[in-house]
Design a protein around this ligand. Structure first.
Ligand code: GCO
Length: 454
């Protein structure tokens, strides 16, 4: 026994990272379009103006997926492509693009999974205060309605937000992502509350306007720490290290699981967080938590790495130091396959919702070899080790619904620009030529056997 027969094998991307066509067909600017024009923000001044030119090459990209036997495609919609000012006038050409993409996917027998927000906030809304503005939840609901009315006759799976940890933390606390601000904890907590409300209103909107039965989830991230042994104490220490809020307020406060997921699944913020932030909390109106905790159908979790934990004599987590030369990706992220067993297990035990891994993968130093192919044994090895752990979770009764490899294509890796290659398809940015990497063919055989070969 391993993965269920209806297990979803997919790949993921996001709009700003692949689409390009930043100024075409009436698209409005996003905060990323603007941020990338600022000096010293992005590696070597890279930007997403062309990216993988997916806007023009989507048919070819769907064919590549078909060739690799991919069953589902998680992509995001560029809000300013659909609503150039964020609200109000709809850009027909922008909406048509997603309509055609969805048709092409269905034609190729690939299930679309639509992410509504993967960080490219309309710049016009940013100028009006972005997530600080108390109207932001209703802006997001308006945008949701436009998308759902157009696509939900064919799209059956929607994801509201991708990684609020990152776009709030990196974007507004640490200033490493668009819009590059360093705001106070008071401000970022207020934004977080609006984002959660936006999620809730979006869920209500999807349910109201969907043209058929749909499933809804959201896709947070976090460090999925795992125990160094099966000892109960180590397991509990690892669990706490994932779900406890930090003991002190830091600039990277947004990087946690429970401030985001507890309100959504349980309808309240975590007690330890409320205590920690008591002097900085935004006004929480009556009814807010009910809106935020609209029932959803699944938890998507982006999992890349975790820390190994041992319990000390008081049961507190000690993070084990890794050996010199321990395995890591090109981005220097530690390779920790057990994160894909313990992460889903801990999350399932806490929130009791089917789990999709909405992202998992790595950046490697891929090159085109003399034979014209792209050999990426490190990626195959990484995916193999992680997927084996994920399969073990399935075998232990964790309800795992699907897996989306990040990413279909090499693409614009935020502040690292095009320096990092996360794709199972290589992109030559000089001529936009695509080459399926060895890992793409390997993934195909995983899918064909529903994970038997792992
Ligand atoms: C992420 C983002 C992706 C990244 C990927 C690799 O959700 O952080 O969803 O856009 O490209 O995670 O860093």
């Amino acid at each position: 026994m391993g993965f269920s027969n209806n297990f979803v094998w997919g790949v993921a991307t996001s709009s700003y990272q692949i689409e390009g066509a930043a100024y075409e067909d009436g698209k409005g600017l996003s905060i990323w379009d603007v941020y990338c024009t600022q000096p010293d923000r992005i590696f070597e001044g890279h930007h997403g103006e062309v990216a993988c030119d997916h806007y023009h090459r989507y048919k070819e990209d769907v064919q590549l997926m078909k060739e690799m036997g991919i069953k589902a495609y998680r992509f995001s919609i560029s809000w300013p492509r659909v609503l150039p000012k964020g609200i109000g006038e709809v850009n027909k050409a922008g909406l048509d693009f997603y309509d055609k993409l969805v048709d092409a996917l269905i034609e190729a027998n690939i299930e679309p999974y639509v992410t509504l927000f993967h960080w490219d906030l309309p710049y016009e809304l940013h100028k009006r205060g972005g997530w600080m503005n108390p109207d932001s939840p209703s802006w997001f609901a308006e945008y949701t309605k436009v998308v759902v009315e157009r696509l939900s006759d064919r799209v059956k799976n929607f994801i509201t937000f991708n990684e609020p940890q990152c776009f709030i933390g990196f974007g507004y606390s640490q200033g490493r992502h668009a819009p590059g601000l360093k705001q106070s904890v008071r401000d970022t907590l207020a934004m977080a509350h609006n984002v959660l409300l936006a999620h809730g209103y979006s869920v209500k909107t999807i349910r109201k306007y969907a043209k058929g039965e749909v499933k809804i989830g959201f896709a947070p991230t976090g460090s999925m720490n795992y125990p160094c042994s099966e000892r109960k104490e180590d397991i509990e220490a690892a669990r706490h290290s994932i779900f406890d809020m930090p003991k002190e307020i830091r600039e990277d406060w947004a990087w946690n699981v429970t401030w985001w997921s507890d309100p959504i699944f349980w309808g309240h913020y975590p007690q330890d967080g409320l205590k920690l932030f008591k002097d900085y909390l935004p006004k929480i109106n009556e009814g807010d938590m009910e809106i935020i905790s609209q029932p959803i159908d699944f938890l998507g979790q982006n999992i890349y790495t975790g820390k190994e934990v041992k319990a000390d004599e008081n049961g507190e987590a000690i993070y084990l130091t890794r050996n010199e030369g321990s395995p890591k990706t090109a981005l220097s992220w530690p390779i920790t396959p057990k994160a894909l067993y313990w992460g889903p297990r801990f999350l399932y035990e806490r929130y009791k919702k089917p789990i999709y891994i909405t992202e998992n993968g790595l950046s490697c130093h891929d090159v085109i070899s003399v034979d014209g192919q792209v050999h990426d044994p490190n990626r195959i090895d990484f995916l193999h080790r992680y997927l084996r752990e994920f399969k073990r979770a399935a075998e232990d009764g964790i309800e795992v619904a699907g897996y989306f490899q990040w990413s279909l294509l090499d693409n614009f890796e935020w502040h690292s620009g095009y320096a990092e290659r996360f794709g199972i398809v290589f992109v030559d940015y000089q001529n936009q030529k695509r080459i399926i990497k060895d890992s793409g063919y390997w993934y195909k055989s995983v899918i064909e056997t529903n994970g038997e070969i792992l």
